[in-house]
Design a protein around this ligand. Structure first.
Ligand code: ZN
Length: 637
């Protein structure tokens, strides 16, 4: 975990305008900045950024948040990745809080691998572009295949020389350990000697979605005789094959903008299409898609178009794993590249605009495409046709999210027509598959206890508060806003609030957490405020902080009017605001205790207990009166 000190350093440096401007064109309007919302399509700007509050809000689609949530939403970073991005931008060194030994070992290995991969990429690129062997052998080969230098540099291609250990010795000289070198797959060990593993090959660095190099693909030059055409990095701490979509880093903004992801098989397909300015394209590496890969696509778009070479094996491979895509709610289309071409060769042959036209015209819906193939295979065989109906019904049953209901019905209608079968019959069959799967899932469901945690989170997930919690929210507002100001010459407003609330507690679980987080940080000597807590690691805390600072008065107009009365004189109202907030908070809690006490009085049959309850009753009444009077004087002032 990133330490609170580092987070504080980062948050002190954050300039929301500077960060958002990287991605959105902003214009100054009064105290705020205005731009076209990056999260929904609009012609007139309603995306507002407040530098003072360090938050943004779109009045069109309602999206709101801080610099971190902006990066998470727009760049699809995780919370920690966003902080790291900011730290890098502001040259802040990240300190991590203590982690387990196991985690530390993994982290250290990952860091060493990243450092080595970085070094290796630079080394290989230099070999390709600046040595005689690289230029004469590898670069010529790439140029003959139609790649220009700009695209070679963009994808950071390289070359590993043919001699036994040029790279290995360069890396050892840089103090990379033998262990890490072996782990990276860049070198192999034979007779206690290290050899380059990718000798005489073109090197394709593989980036993760944040642009870090996690591994390499190495291709033979020319025809491969006995050696495999490609060698890839073995699985290690940073290279996990099932989570990689080659080119995703370079394609991500274009996928977002085009609202479509094109999927091809190989590295060279991706690079050629980018060179042809078709840049919303990634490669799966040829195997069937994994759930993790689909999740990467889904971060940017719901429309996946798979481009395949025309051979049957490729199509079959494509169809495996696609049921999963349907479950994820993706719209999957397929395009077949004709005449034994692949996307790489085809785009070079016909050019950019013809290629785009071909894709648009040739796109076939996955379900209907599957149906077509199955029917062709079945021909007049009744049993095979029956199998086809079942397989299609199975696929259709995967489209099972509430929002996809219409889409499934449209499919059923269309498929029934193509199959020349009764539509209701097909509906029944699809429902049977859905029921079968539900029954199966029920059986393997975790016990109730295991699921409670998530359901609590979901339940709390609304931004609306029960009226009971208004006072709690208001108190948190003054704490965040004025906590660090002086209450008097002895203590801060925060310290005063802690003292006053010693006997009281928060009822709303989230607000209780925020209060405790603030208190703990304050007592540990940090300076918590709305700004620093906007970047807290707990998402519920962050959401609540935004919530509290964004809508300070809207929930209580009466309150606002009272404060307005005070504000007329244009003096610092923080102390009055604190007194009001504290008193309303207490008053509310006391009323609640009062009601509870009243109920106990009515229920008790024990005389002694009754006396005790009556004492409490008296005490609560007196406190209530005291507070009401104090409220009166504050308001009168
Ligand atoms: Zn919007």
């Amino acid at each position: 975990m990133i330490s609170p000190q580092t987070i504080e350093q980062i948050t002190n440096r954050i300039d929301i305008i500077d960060v958002v401007s990287e991605f959105v064109k902003l214009k100054k309007r009064g105290a705020n900045y205005l731009g076209l919302c990056p999260f929904h399509n609009e012609k007139t700007p309603s995306f507002t950024v407040s530098p003072a509050k360090e938050i943004y809000k779109c009045f069109g689609c309602g999206k709101s948040g801080n610099t971190i949530t902006f990066l998470m939403e727009h760049e699809k970073y995780s919370y920690a990745e966003s902080l790291k991005w900011l730290a890098q931008r502001y040259n802040i060194e990240i300190q991590e809080t203590e982690v387990s030994d196991e985690t530390r070992i993994v982290q250290q290995a990952a860091e060493s691998l990243h450092a080595l991969n970085n070094f290796a990429q630079k080394f290989f690129t230099e070999q390709l572009l600046q040595t005689e062997e690289g230029q004469g052998y590898a670069l010529t080969y790439l140029e003959e295949r139609g790649y220009d230098v700009q695209i070679i540099e963009k994808f950071q291609l390289g070359y590993n020389p043919q001699a036994r250990n040029v790279f290995a010795s360069a890396a050892l000289q840089q103090q990379f350990s033998k262990e890490i070198l072996l782990k990276s797959g860049l070198v192999v060990e034979r007779n206690e000697e290290l050899f380059d593993n990718y000798r005489g090959r073109i090197i394709f660095p593989i980036h993760n979605t944040t642009g870090k190099i996690i591994g390499f693909g190495a291709r033979v030059i020319g025809k491969a005789d006995k050696a495999p055409k490609y060698i890839n990095t073995p699985e290690n701490e940073v290279y996990v094959k099932s989570k990689i979509l080659y080119g995703a880093y370079f394609a991500r903004h274009s996928i977002d903008k085009n609202n479509e992801c094109l999927l091809v098989e190989g590295y060279t397909d991706v690079i050629s299409l980018h060179q042809a300015e078709i840049d919303n394209v990634v490669a799966s590496g040829g195997t069937s898609l994994t759930a993790d890969q689909l999740r990467i696509v889904k971060k940017y778009t719901n429309n996946l178009t798979i481009i395949y070479d025309g051979d049957a094996a490729g199509v079959k491979a494509a169809m495996r794993g696609l049921d999963m895509a349907l479950e994820e709610g993706l719209n999957v289309k397929l395009v077949l590249i004709p005449d034994n071409e692949d996307p790489d060769s085809y785009v070079k042959k016909v050019g950019t605009s013809a290629f785009k036209k071909f894709i648009d015209a040739g796109k076939k819906d996955f379900i209907l495409f599957q149906l077509e193939i199955l029917l062709k295979e079945a021909a007049n065989d009744i049993t095979k046709k029956n199998d086809a109906v079942n397989q299609i019904a199975e696929s259709l049953s995967r489209i099972n999210k509430a929002e996809d209901f219409t889409r499934r019905n449209a499919y059923i209608h269309e498929c029934a027509a193509v199959l020349k079968i009764d539509e209701n019959g097909l509906i029944n069959l699809v429902n049977k598959y859905i029921n079968d799967r539900i029954t199966k899932q029920e059986k393997s469901k975790p016990s109730a206890e295991e699921t409670t945690e998530t359901s609590v989170v979901e339940k709390n997930d609304d931004l609306f508060f029960h009226p009971d919690e208004l006072q709690e929210k208001n108190l948190l507002r003054v704490l965040l806003e004025y906590g660090l100001n002086d209450w008097d010459s002895n203590m801060t407003i925060a310290a005063h609030i802690f003292k006053e609330l010693d006997q009281f507690r928060f009822d709303n679980a989230d607000m209780a957490v925020l209060y405790e987080v603030y208190k703990t940080q304050y007592e540990q000597g940090f300076n918590p405020s709305a700004k620093t807590l906007l970047y807290h690691e707990n998402e519920r805390v962050r959401t609540l902080v935004i919530n509290v600072t964004l809508f300070p008065f809207e929930l209580s107009r009466r309150w606002d009017e009272k404060l307005e009365n005070i504000k007329v004189n244009n003096v610092d109202t923080s102390v009055q605001d604190v007194i009001l907030s504290l008193n309303y908070f207490k008053l509310h809690k006391i009323k609640k205790m009062f009601e509870e006490n009243q109920r106990d009085i009515e229920l008790t049959k024990n005389w002694n207990e009754m006396l005790k309850l009556l004492e409490i009753h008296k005490y609560l009444k007196a406190t209530e009166r005291e507070i009401t009077e104090q409220l009166g004087t504050v308001i009168m002032k």
